[in-house]
Design a protein around this ligand. Sequence first.
Ligand code: FES
Length: 233
Amino acid sequence: MQTRTAKLIEIFNIGEERSGVFDLPSKLWPSPGQYLPCQRIQTKPDVLPTSLFPLISPLDSLALGPIPDSWLPGDRITFLPPQGNGYTLPPTARRVGLLALSLSPAQVLTLAHPALAQDADVSLFFDAHENQSSLLNHVPSAVEVVPLSALPETLSWLDFLAVEATIPDLEPLSALLPSSHLTFEGQIRIRTAMPCRGMGECGVCGIRTHHGWRMVCSDGPVFPLQEVLHVAG
Ligand code: FES
């Protein structure tokens, strides 16, 4: 696979996510849920690759994150083309929910503009913590922000739910989303360490699903919601 290089132009915070803009041509922008495996070019290179995901952006350019604390504007990176399965927003979805349980919703919010563009009503289920309240400045005004506690009573309203979660989030998420209530299409992006650049070789990103073990880096990182919920531990 061809490796390319890019320069980190600018760094800023979106809520608690350290984000950056690179001089990446738009044809190499990852779609929502996909990622770029990257490594900073230094005299002393980073040992492990970094996976950068698209974030909701206040700019016209694509914002990627999370940017490691040691990276600075002007740094150059090598990267591979966008990898993994991203979210697929059903074109007929008119009632779209976005949910990030224990995480910042800055990544799942990248679906807000595509959903609004197909005339969907969009709800973000989100309880802003103190250090996340500035993120609300980046939420499009047409998106309704509703507390997480409203999710159970809203499930029957949804056509589509996009979730951003860690592996430990799956148990509380299963409790929130009883399988008998999943009358909508759901997709979930699993956020976990992916140290082998998506080669599917190290096994670190393994996740148990209803179809056996899957690798988040190569089989995901977006999975059908029903595939990972209510899986016996
Ligand atoms: S990151 Fe190594 S198998 Fe997924």
